[in-house]
Write a protein that binds this ligand. Structure first.
Ligand code: XMP
Length: 529
């Protein structure tokens, strides 16, 4: 495994992990909104897949030994000068290819067919009529509902290709050259709105590419442990634990690899949820026996935040203070050469294959700066969030940590609109705790991307008993989402809302009103600050 020591080589090892021949699929990203989703769905079919930029040289693709290639959708027109193209030599690799949307149009164009704007764009659900099932559509009914999103269409199939499906506005909705193993579909099988979309992907993976469905995220554990050992040697490692699932799973993998040479540092900035720091300490120190330093820095953070109301300034101060505290603590522990980071695959994709504009500005807030004097250990670089959870479960991480909803680095500070004071923190922490208790009791915690309380900077009049009150409202914020880039407000049942409202008003001193945030993202954001 020595040759797997660098991250790039490790990735090679993952890609070529089988002695019986290649089993992985490369998704070539032409900038489509569902590109990441394609890679995720392929992995859901238990086949290892990676997303690579469309300008990856063919020699590199060849070296990765794919057993199948999927060409993603994209926002451009294949007829536009400068649009991302396909190297025609890709067909000479002898690897099965599936083009989706723009990917289909690329195949059509490169292979001598014709793509044009017909004036009949299709967006949304359409009925697909299959005229030739072949292998790709094997086992499917003659008609199914599929998701379309395109302005141009293939108007002439390339020589040697057969048309295998159509839709009401488009005579060519799918093409195939079965002998060459090249297929194209105009619709999106990766989107849940396409009926049996996963079956189409499975047909491509299992029957056309001949890949057995054997990959699971758990298969990376042993490889990751070997790789961490090779990277770290006899050195010491530190890890910042936040309570989130990514850093927790990364820490456990590193602990499995290097044992007591890992020390976790838990910086409690006083902005965490109720009992959160204690739970993390309990899990790691007492349950897993991982060396852990719990830094109680509440006062330090609170005094820096005193008088600060601007959200970005809060973030900046908390981020700076966090780094300073972490550095002081790791210096006190003695020299560590390595730092564990819970970077996951979507972060890698966003910084590697996308334009910088889409990277979240708060990406690294509460994390560490780029110029720290550490070498990074990032064992989750190739995993999606749901896969990190599977690995966490396998490593024995308790359910409440594995399934914890995302929580921002600056914590409750960005859910308190205006100044963060001890009194306001106390109100929000209690409110948040009650709200989560009720959501969990209703069995909705895992279904929601995030659910939490917000404390606005206003007070309103109420009446309790015979007394007039002038107190804070609490905002209930609950959203569903796949990746936090977009989100919808969750339709919580009235009974649950009533239960939350009653408990917040009766059990949290300083609260006399409860309101519900019914904004989606965009145009709102998930957090209030
Ligand atoms: P927004 O509010 O931008 O949030 O819709 C998207 C996701 O990011 C989380 N978030 C943060 N995470 N530091 C973080 O580590 C931050 O400053 C921060 N701000 C927002 C938010 O909870 C949601 O999951």
């Amino acid at each position: 495994m020595k040759e797997c020591s660098s991250w790039w080589n490790w990735r090679r090892c993952l890609l070529e992990h089988s002695a019986d021949g290649p089993k992985n699929v490369l998704v070539i990203d032409f900038g489509g909104q569902y590109s990441q989703l394609i890679a995720r769905r392929v992995r859901e079919c238990r086949v290892y897949s990676e997303l690579i930029p469309h300008d990856t040289p063919l020699a590199e693709i060849h070296a990765m030994k794919p057993a199948g290639i999927i060409l993603s959708g994209g926002p451009r027109s294949v007829n536009e000068p400068g649009a991302p193209m396909l190297d025609p030599e890709i067909f000479a690799l002898g690897v099965p290819i599936l083009g989706i949307c723009y990917g289909l149009q690329l195949i059509a164009k490169v292979k001598g067919g014709r793509v044009a704007r017909t004036g009949r764009a299709e967006y949304g659900r359409r009925t697909l009529t299959i005229s030739d099932h072949g292998t790709l559509f094997a086992g499917l009914p003659p008609e199914l509902s599929c998701w379309m999103s395109h302005g141009e269409s293939v108007v002439e199939a390339p020589p040697g290709f057969i048309v295998t499906a159509d839709s009401p506005d488009m005579p060519i909705a799918a093409i195939a050259d079965p002998k060459a193993g090249v297929y194209g579909v105009q619709f999106h099988p990766e989107v849940r709105h396409t009926d049996l979309g996963l079956e189409i992907l499975k047909n491509f993976l299992y029957s056309i590419c001949d890949i057995p469905p054997t990959w699971t995220p758990v298969s990376i554990i042993e490889e990751a442990v070997e790789r961490i050992r090779a990277q770290v040697g006899d050195e010491r490692v530190v890890c910042g634990l936040s309570g989130g699932v990514d850093s927790a799973v990364a820490a456990l993998l590193v602990y499995k690899a290097v044992g007591d040479r890992l020390t976790c540092i838990l910086v409690d900035h006083g902005l965490m949820r109720m009992n959160e720091a204690e739970q993390v300490e309990d899990t790691f120190r007492r349950h897993f026996h991982v060396p852990l330093v719990h830094v109680r820095a509440q006062q330090r953070f609170l005094s820096r935040l005193s008088g600060i109301t601007d959200p970005e300034q809060k973030r900046k101060l908390i981020g700076e203070e966090f780094i300073r505290t972490f550095e002081e603590e790791s210096r006190r522990l003695g020299k560590s050469k390595f730092l564990v980071q819970g970077t996951i695959y979507p972060d890698v994709i966003e910084s590697g294959t996308r334009s910088a504009a889409v990277i979240k500005s708060h990406h690294n807030v509460g994390g560490l700066p780029e110029d720290v004097d550490f070498e990074l250990v990032e064992p989750l670089r190739m995993l999606f969030k749901d896969e990190v959870r599977v690995v966490g479960e396998e490593l024995g991480l308790p359910d409440d940590m594995v399934w914890r909803q995302p929580f921002p680095g600056p914590g409750l500070a960005i859910r308190i609109v205006g100044e963060v004071t001890e009194e306001r923190l106390e109100i929000l922490r209690k409110a948040d705790h009650l709200l989560l208790e009720e959501v969990k009791r209703a069995g909705l915690y895992r279904e929601l991307w995030q659910s939490f309380a917000v404390l606005p900077a206003i007070r309103s009049v109420g009446v309790m008993g015979d007394e007039r009150t002038y107190a804070y409202p609490i905002v209930i914020r609950a959203v569903t989402s796949e990746d936090a880039m977009t989100a919808d407000w969750a339709r919580l049942p009235y009974d649950l809302l009533e239960g939350i409202s009653q408990r917040l008003i009766n059990e949290v001193p300083g609260v006399n009103r409860v309101v519900l945030d019914i904004s989606s993202k965009p145009p709102a954001t998930i957090e209030w600050e």
